[in-house]
Design a protein around this ligand. Structure first.
Ligand SMILES: Cc1cc2nc3c(=O)[nH]c(=O)nc-3n(C[C@H](O)[C@H](O)[C@H](O)COP(=O)(O)OP(=O)(O)OC[C@H]3O[C@@H](n4cnc5c(N)ncnc54)[C@H](O)[C@@H]3O)c2cc1C
Length: 418
């Protein structure tokens, strides 16, 4: 038994966190750490990679995690800087043997772990952010079907639904005797709290509980393309993105719900959407870095888009009301419905001839549910540069307006918000 460091990444919870549970079992002393990576805060487009809504949701999630850890006699150390410098220093200072963490299968995150290993660090990564275990799939990940429908059919044929969640560790090992100094973020980022999306595992569980108690899954299939309010879709995404709740926990509770009230189109469709989330994760195992090329998996070139048109789009001043309303909702709340995400992304790519990577970067900065796999996967899909051979998803804005906002209620709501 020895001292270990637990490095929280996008898994800000104690329950159903196999990596953390394993660290608890293997350590005599355990130091839970979160590193705010201060490198490359700005995108090439000049805005912050992590906008205010994301920072606020993260702040609340970390505070919630700290409270949970303190309740079990532990704590959360937050440090600022480059993870390779910070973790190296922590290992030396605490004489820790290894760093345990969740595995993130995206290029930047993998590169960081590679650098840490090159420095001689012993990093134990655990894959834990999908609903299904990769090893349970009826195919090897490098041979997974490219099309979502084929992927889903094979999963269903194998009768896979979700991997069983594991409980919160009963005992968290004591902190090391020597504790480096940490800090919390300056208060300016704590001033804004989203009225609906409160970060943290406790709020994630409260939200899920009320969603199920109010029987909202039953109507999900009918309501999921609506644009206004909290109830038309599950709103699980922000908590999932930071790992305040595990997708397996959600799937298990949805399964209990089905056992209690019966399965229906709504519950199936929720599971189906969660499977899309898994699909974009698994596609990363298969294609990796190629998903991040300008042409994605195709050889298609990108036309350089003008900075002026990008400013128009991202500030919600294109003159196309539905698109502007969507972009403004995103700016004001950090959230956007799936339907509106598709419409504003398509408009940027096809109507304004924009570079899809700039749009994806803006979403990354703004979305409180920013998730590297889902954002990249969906942008590639709409831009026709991913796995879908049908080549792109242009949306006709006039038709979308007629279908989803015929009386202009949504447009009025967000255009008047400025
Ligand atoms: C251009 C674009 C970018 C996107 N970027 C992100 C992102 O960064 N993070 C993110 O979580 N989702 C992203 N999505 C997918 C989807 O829009 C959101 O997951 C969804 O709107 C979140 O709201 P909800 O939790 O109420 O979803 P619900 O409709 O209630 O769906 C339940 C859950 O299923 C998953 N899900 C649903 N639709 C998708 C999808 N198309 N792809 C992957 N997972 C899905 C999410 O985890 C979601 O929480 C993006 C979609 C588009 C078109």
């Amino acid at each position: 038994m020895s001292t270990l460091i637990y490095w929280f990444r996008n898994d800000l919870r104690l329950s159903d966190n196999p990596a953390f549970a394993q660290a608890c079992l293997n350590a005599e002393h355990l130091l839970p750490v979160y590193v705010h990576d201060c490198k490359e805060q700005k995108t090439v487009y000049g805005f912050e990679r992590q906008g205010l809504h994301r920072k606020t949701f993260l702040r609340a999630s970390l505070d919630d995690l700290r409270v949970e850890l303190q309740a079990q006699g532990s704590d959360l150390l937050e440090l600022y800087g480059e993870p390779q410098v910070i973790l190296q220093k922590l290992l030396t200072d605490t004489v820790a043997k290894s760093v345990y963490c969740e595995q993130i299968e995206a290029p930047e995150e993998m590169e960081l772990v590679r650098v840490l290993r090159d420095q001689g660090m012993d990093i134990r990564e655990f894959w834990q952010s999908s609903m299904l275990e990769p090893q349970d799939l009826p195919f090897a990940l490098e041979k997974m079907p490219d099309m979502f429908t084929a992927f889903r059919r094979e999963v269903e044929r194998a009768q896979l639904k979700f991997a069983k969640p594991i409980p919160t560790p009963q005992h968290i090992p004591a902190l090391p005797a020597f504790l480096p100094q940490g800090s919390i973020l300056p208060s300016s980022t704590q001033s804004f709290a989203h009225p609906y999306f409160l970060g943290g595992a406790s709020h994630a569980q409260t939200h899920l509980k009320q969603y199920l108690e109010r029987r909202l899954p039953d109507d999900y299939k009918e309501t999921r393309n609506q644009l206004i309010g909290m109830d038309y879709s599950s709103k699980f995404s922000a908590w999932l993105a930071l790992g305040c709740i595990s997708v397996r926990d959600i799937a298990a509770q949805l399964n209990e719900y089905e056992n209690c009230y019966g399965a229906n189109d709504g519950t199936y469709w929720l599971w189906f959407e969660l499977l899309w989330r898994d699909y974009f994760r698994f596609i990363h195992f298969k294609y990796g870095q190629s998903l991040y090329r300008a042409g994605g998996l195709t050889g298609l070139p990108v036309k350089p888009s003008s900075l002026a048109s990008f400013e128009q789009w991202r500030s919600g001043n294109t003159g196309t009301e539905l698109v502007d309303a969507g972009v403004r909702e995103l700016h004001h709340t950090g959230y956007l419905s799936n339907r509106m995400r598709q419409i504003v992304a398509s408009y940027w790519i096809y109507d304004m001839n924009g570079d899809w990577r700039a749009g994806a970067a803006w979403f990354e900065s703004q979305l409180i549910d920013y998730d590297v796999y889902s954002n990249q996967g969906n942008w590639l899909y709409i831009a026709g540069r991913g796995t879908d051979p049908r080549g792109g998803r242009p949306f006709n804005v006039a038709k979308q307006t007629q279908d989803h906002d015929p009386h202009g209620v949504y447009r009025k709501l967000w255009l008047s918000a400025g």
